[in-house]
Design a protein around this ligand. Structure first.
Ligand code: NAD
Length: 419
């Protein structure tokens, strides 16, 4: 991995960039604290395979910072998971929770595995084995896992059940992103895509441009990307291209995201969707559109590719989709970027609502969830606009980190240092 692709180094660079805009009363030693996780669990999980053999998987949980509340963050199953990736993702969770001002710290977990190569029974044993390793670290007041890439309600239900069985308790708030019947929240599945839509809507409004008729390309048509595409289309924009790991499709007259979702459910990919032209992911990222939504994985756009990006604005649905070099290039070229830590914060915000509902054993309607989410994202967007304008900051990303770091520093300073 070259350094531009190391997400942990990218996170640290983002913090350093923002720290130079913080007022002088913020101590540099405290910033050093905010650039490293408090602890990282590395576990090797040996799991029975269906054919009687054993396989060992490496798993991580990074608890980055708990100054503002319990650690919070997803669990990713992917062959590319690494210690540095998990550390970076856990740090982004800290700043994401702070930027939308919900009372959590940040964490992230992952297992180095391609889940498509294993049966549901094997994945259940793997997940329960990981949950057992996590047991001393997690709990509704300690650390609360959630879904991320290649995990969902099923895995969250398994983690919850393992924890509750071993602890002889009921504690649905130990994980979020559960199925509704298991204590999940209405609106959680759509929450990340919904906040991406809200961020895009607020951005268009801020820039004084009309979202109706705006052209949009979405890279990554999974949970976050497909919901974002549908909801942005509902605003009246035209989604002209979407993609997944096998490639993309383009229709200048506009795709119907719901129909593409149905096609992908049937065939496993968006490619060859009727009436569209197959394109590569690189072609999608460089289409001449009003809005680009990267919703796949980190480092989708590097400095070289950024020079060819023709979109006027980027709303980051994925975590860390632009390398710092790409960010610099886009900023120099006047492309407005709404950063991941605001745009995709809908997932963790509705996870927070789920946790509140679990603790109160009192469940909300979907309308209430969506209304409360809208308030959180619009308020956070307004906070960034205010910080950017009053402090004369060069980008929304810097503004997001300045606002978030300030909140974490204030919590840390108020708590004091132990021992
Ligand atoms: P997902 O697994 O549902 O979807 C990922 C999609 O990206 C899939 O369609 C996959 O085929 C595609 N993809 C993978 N590699 C690609 C590539 N190189 N080019 C194009 N497409 C590619 O995952 P998700 O939950 O939608 O997460 C996507 C991103 O959003 C991740 O960065 C994740 O951390 C972030 N995110 C997700 C949530 C959430 O609640 N789901 C919350 C916050 C952030």
């Amino acid at each position: 991995m070259d350094s531009e692709e190391n997400p942990f180094e990218n996170l640290q660079e983002q913090i350093d960039d923002a720290a130079s805009f913080l007022p002088a009363d913020v101590n540099a030693d405290v910033i050093t604290r905010l650039k490293h996780p408090e602890r990282v669990l590395e576990a090797n999980l040996t799991v029975d395979m269906d054919d009687g053999s054993l396989e060992t998987f490496t798993a991580y949980r990074s608890q980055f910072n708990g100054d503002r509340g319990p650690y919070k963050g997803g669990v990713r199953y992917h062959p590319g998971v690494s210690r540095d990736e998990v550390k970076a993702l856990s740090g982004w969770m800290v700043y994401k929770c702070a930027v939308v001002d919900i009372p959590y710290g940040g964490a992230k977990g992952g297992i180095v595995v391609d889940p498509s190569e294993y049966s549901a029974d094997e994945l259940e044993r793997l997940t329960r084995s990981f949950a057992e390793e996590l047991r001393p670290l997690v709990g509704e007041d300690r650390d609360i896992p959630a879904p991320d890439v290649n995990t969902g309600q099923r895995e969250m239900n398994w983690i919850k059940n393992t924890y509750e069985t071993l602890e002889h308790t009921t504690e649905p708030g130990v994980v979020t992103g559960k199925a509704i019947e298991n204590g999940g929240s209405e609106g959680r599945v759509e929450a990340t895509g919904r906040s991406v839509m809200l961020a895009a809507r607020e951005l268009f409004d801020h820039l004084g441009t009309d979202v109706e008729g705006a052209t949009v390309a979405v890279q990554g048509f999974g949970n976050a990307g497909s919901v974002a595409a549908t909801l942005i289309d509902d605003l009246g924009a035209t989604v002209v291209a979407v993609s997944d790991s096998s490639g993309g499709i383009h229709d200048p007259d506009g795709l119907d995201p719901e129909a593409v979702k149905g096609f992908k459910n049937e065939t496993g990919t968006v490619s060859d969707y009727e009436g569209s032209e197959n394109i590569t992911n690189e072609e999608l990222l460089t289409l001449d559109v009003d809005l680009l939504v990267p919703a796949a994985l980190e480092n989708a756009v590097d400095g070289d590719l950024a020079a060819d990006v023709q979109a006027d604005a980027v709303v980051e649905a994925a975590n860390g989709p632009l390398t710092p070099d790409a960010d610099d290039v886009l900023q120099e070229r006047g492309v407005t970027v709404v950063p991941d830590i605001l745009a995709n914060a809908g997932g963790v915000t509705v996870s927070y609502f789920e946790w509140v509902q679990n603790r109160q054993r009192f469940y909300w309607s979907e309308d209430r969830v969506n209304d409360e989410l809208e308030t959180v994202i619009v308020d956070a967007f307004d906070d960034l606009v205010e910080a950017k304008e009053t402090l004369d900051l060069p980008s929304f990303r810097i503004a997001a980190y300045v606002v978030a770091i300030r909140r974490v520093v204030d919590a840390y300073t108020g708590n004091g240092n132990w021992p």
